[in-house]
Design a protein around this ligand. Structure first.
Ligand code: NAD
Length: 480
């Protein structure tokens, strides 16, 4: 039986999209699993003057696709309370503190607090500062601050944000969410490596030809054009999700599977990233922006709502990263992420060289770890389900349904937050290295004109992304 956790959650931005689409459904699943039961309450805060009853109605509505057990949903919603709040008003934090203390007594929540920033990033620092100055933090329970992406726009703004947060919360109380780290396949990578000694032994520059990480999306920017104009795929996907995925597959073997040991090897890996010189950027990275599709039916990016007619924001990026550590020196890591690709596909492809035959497998074997579209999931060896591939480079897990019962990413990350386990969260040291790497590319791109749009919707991106690999005698494993 799952062990019940206790806490008062204060969700800043409790009326917003993230809260309703991701957080409340995740909390409900934990409620159904008995991990949240009697000893928790959720305070939603936002500017609007909502009543508790109205807030609860919105919470129940956000669960409708999950369940038809109306009674269970209503019992769950009784743990929800609303507090109207403006981020700059000190009085509101005092009211929040009093409400949290009252609910803590009522639900016997053990003086534990989770402060969740489901609010615009420009407010993160202000809210953290007020939590501290108005004395919201408790003495005899835990205090954990959860931060959503984006964590800064570049190294300078990320450092400024981190300084602001650090005044209120020590690093070990900060949980920076990268929801890819909540996905089952990514979480399992250290375990897969541990349980497959041959695979682990082959995971280095002696046996690996190249590693490819793809986060492809079939959708365009939809109604998020305004946000996308401030981001671009380099900031939105590469700096965070792609880097963290590379961290999981390429980090050195940790001494043990603890947060401390795993973060140590990840931090070491990122600090060995070979930062490009500005003049190398366009040799190692390719950018793209989607046009209409072959039939001329879909909007080009520049025709989307809230997008500038001459926008130079990239909706596609592909690049070659290199590490100058002993394990990976000489091995290219090809990464790409794009909108309006032919299908949604998140995957890691590890292409071995001919020396891998020392392990009794075919030369040039490819192992693919498929992350999405289904949450989980498959491991392929040369494109075939590893269990029927007759290759024993990788053999985990035994049970074919292993990934099927995986918890959804937010559900899994909230359990970690309640348990004080930071293994699946991003540390500041890692972020500094990855921003430093991305900043050079961003600055170069921002200083130059482009010939956008340069790929049709529904295609694999600009041709230059293929040339990038062909120059090294390689090609993308996932190709339409
Ligand atoms: P949203 O605009 O839907 O919600 C923002 C919330 O902040 C609302 O509840 C709003 O009332 C509140 N708010 C705005 N101004 C306020 C003020 N002055 N004082 C108090 N409250 C105020 O935004 P969202 O999509 O839910 O995103 C929230 C955060 O999560 C952002 O940092 C975003 O980058 C991040 N995020 C969102 C998603 C997603 O899927 N929506 C995914 C990843 C990260």
């Amino acid at each position: 039986m799952a062990k019940e956790k206790s806490a008062i959650f204060i969700i800043f931005g409790g009326s917003g999209d993230l809260a309703h689409r991701k957080l409340y459904p995740a909390l409900y699943r934990l409620y159904k699993a008995g991990i949240l039961k009697d000893h928790f309450a959720v305070i939603g805060t936002a500017r609007r003057p909502w009543s508790d009853d109205y807030f609860r109605e919105t919470v129940v509505t956000s669960l409708e696709d999950l369940d038809d057990d109306k009674q269970k949903m209503e019992d769950f919603a009784k743990h929800f309370f609303y507090q109207s709040h403006n981020v700059n008003d000190s009085e509101h934090y005092i009211a929040l503190k009093e409400l949290a203390a009252k609910l803590d007594d009522q639900f016997e929540a053990g003086h534990n607090r989770v402060y969740y920033m489901a609010i615009a990033p420009r407010f993160f620092g202000t809210v953290a500062e007020h939590i501290n100055s108005e004395g919201l933090k408790t003495e005899d329970g835990f205090n954990r601050l959860v931060i959503e992406k984006p964590f800064g726009r570049d190294l300078a703004s990320a450092s400024e944000l981190n300084d602001d947060l650090s005044k209120a919360f020590p690093e070990n109380e900060i949980y920076r969410i990268d929801h890819y780290l909540g996905k089952k396949m990514i979480q399992e990578i250290p375990n897969i490596r541990l349980k497959n000694p041959k695979f682990e032994k082959a995971l280095n520059n002696k046996y690996v030809s190249n590693i490819q990480v793809t986060l492809g999306e079939s959708l365009g920017v939809e109604d998020r054009g305004g946000y996308y104009e401030t981001a671009g795929v380099l900031r939105d996907m590469v700096q965070n999700h792609i880097m963290q995925i590379i961290g999981s597959i390429a980090m050195d073997t940790p001494e043990e599977l603890t947060a401390k040991a795993i973060h140590k090897v990840k931090t070491d890996l990122f600090s060995s990233l070979d930062v490009l010189e500005p003049e190398e950027v366009n040799k190692s990275f390719v950018r793209g922006q989607y046009d209409t599709d072959r039939l001329g039916k879909l909007n080009a990016y520049r025709d989307e709502d809230n997008v500038d007619d001459n926008s130079n924001i990239e909706t596609y990026a592909a690049g070659k990263l290199e590490f100058n550590d002993e394990r990976w020196s000489g091995v290219p890591f090809y990464v790409r992420s794009g909108k309006r690709m032919p299908a949604k596909s998140s995957r890691i492809d590890i292409v071995f060289n001919d020396k891998v035959s020392e392990f009794g497998v075919n030369p040039n074997t490819t192992v693919s770890l498929l992350i999405e579209p289904e949450e989980g999931h498959s491991i392929l060896v040369n494109g075939i389900d590893y269990q029927s591939s007759n290759q024993d480079l990788i053999k985990f897990p035994e049970d074919k349904t292993y990934f099927d019962n995986a918890r959804e990413a937010y559900e899994s990350l909230i359990i970690d937050i309640l348990s004080g386990d930071r293994v699946h969260f991003t540390l500041w040291d890692e972020l500094q290295s990855t921003w430093k790497y991305i900043d050079v590319i961003r600055e170069k791109w921002d200083s130059e004109d482009t010939d956008f749009p340069n790929y049709l919707s529904g295609t694999m991106g600009p041709e230059a992304a293929d040339t990038l690999l062909e120059r090294d005698g390689n090609s993308w494993v996932w190709d339409d």
